[in-house]
Ligand binder design. Structure first.
Ligand SMILES: *Cc1c(COP(=O)(O)O)cnc(C)c1O
Length: 372
């Protein structure tokens, strides 16, 4: 096996429990979009379902995959659904996101009428991301029309926050105020929700009826601030993913030798270079070259040279006993040393979200359920 992704479903369940306790009485909506942030949609959804009020996906295809796997938990599709797919959406029993007040809303109603069951809807209000949603100005009238449409079951009204990671920003409070005004006349039975992981941790006033947590479920912090604040409160999140590969070749090179495409790294003195059998096609960002680190025998060693499509290089000069076949940890712990998804991401100039969301589906995942 070229690389291995081992996912701890016990850690994911414990993270869900910790976030649910933190946010209570707000309910927990567990976000499993992007193949459960690269951790594997179906096994993760199955592990989360008992701990969450519902599962949130981005695409209808993900909702259908969950139903095909026999998962009956409530589902909310966060993203857009093409008019031609509304029958499939209705048959799946998932709630959809609606922010239209014209032809599309009429198409949704007509599918529900024809299929003789109301369509569950979460109405979206855009309070400052400029992504999807009704404007706060138009929202009150449109929400009233949704509530009065017999084919709709208005289950929720929600918004998304633009800067919840920034603990000093007043923009989150501004967005919340816009949202609460826009939804002031909505029936109290309609669940209002705004917070993703960062706001669920940092902004108690944003918890409302439910929090939609993704990244925290996987034990990855949305930001350094949220990590510090949550740790101060004695709450911990456990990273759930371990990403390993093996050394497939070792080279003793002389000073002046260059490594890899473009000859971007040159040995200043004699060095030992390990070749790894993974590259950017396996999810290791090209930006890791000459920038990020991995663990070999519990020692942090640098990537040198450019990351290739399917191969990469580590300078293991500092690990004299490194041997061909040795395990290499890209994310995880090894003999007390740890590299988190956030650290690998920082080395690549990106965020933990992008590292895990781009782990390719073809890299096999294995699942374990640890006890605390
Ligand atoms: C992805 C997403 C979330 C989850 O965000 P995290 O930061 O991963 O917790 C919540 N709500 C919406 C609308 C999203 O797109």
């Amino acid at each position: 096996m070229i690389a291995e992704l081992a996912v701890d479903l016990g850690a994911i369940a414990r993270n869900a429990g910790a976030l649910a306790r933190l946010a209570a009485p707000a309910r927990l909506a567990a976000v499993v979009k992007a193949d459960a942030y690269g951790h594997g949609l179906v096994p993760v959804a199955r592990a989360l379902a008992p701990h969450a009020a519902r599962l949130c996906v981005y695409a209808l295809e993900e909702a259908v995959a969950l139903r095909d796997a026999g998962i009956t938990a409530p589902i909310h599709v966060l993203g857009p659904i093409a008019p031609g797919d509304l029958d499939v959406a209705h048959a799946s029993g998932a709630a959809i996101t609606l922010w239209d007040d014209g032809l599309y809303a009429r198409q949704v109603a007509s599918v529900a009428r024809r299929r003789r069951r109301r369509f569950a809807i979460h109405a979206k209000v855009d309070t400052g991301v400029i992504r999807l949603g009704l404007t706060p100005h138009e929202a009150p009238a449109v929400l009233a029309r949704y509530a009065a449409t017999p084919e709709f079951e208005l289950a929720g009204a929600f918004t998304h926050l633009a800067a919840a990671e920034e603990i000093d920003s007043t923009f989150t409070l501004e967005q919340l105020s816009r949202f609460l005004h826009a939804t002031a006349n909505v029936d109290v039975a309609v669940e209002r929700h705004a917070a993703a992981t960062a706001a669920a941790i940092l902004w108690p006033e944003a918890r409302l009826g439910a929090v939609r947590c993704g990244i925290g479920l996987y034990g990855i912090w949305p930001s350094a601030e949220s990590e510090t604040l949550m740790r101060e409160r004695g709450l911990a999140l456990e990273p759930a993913l371990r990403w390993t590969t093996r050394i497939v070749a070792l080279h003793e090179i002389d000073a002046g030798t260059t490594v890899g495409y473009g000859r971007s790294w040159r040995a200043e003195r004699g060095a030992r270079i390990a070749t790894l059998p993974i590259g950017y096609a396996e999810g290791l960002p090209r930006a890791a070259g000459n920038a990020a680190h991995a663990l070999v025998r519990g020692t942090r060693v640098p990537f040198v040279g450019r990351i290739c499509m399917d191969m990469a290089f580590l300078d293991v000069t500092g690990v004299p006993d490194a041997a061909n076949g040795d395990p290499v940890t890209l994310i995880g712990t090894d003999r007390g040393a740890q590299i988190t998804a956030e650290e690998l991401a920082a080395g690549c100039g990106t965020i933990g979200y992008e590292i895990v969301a781009r782990l390719p589906a073809h890299v096999p995942r294995s699942y374990v359920v640890t006890e605390p």
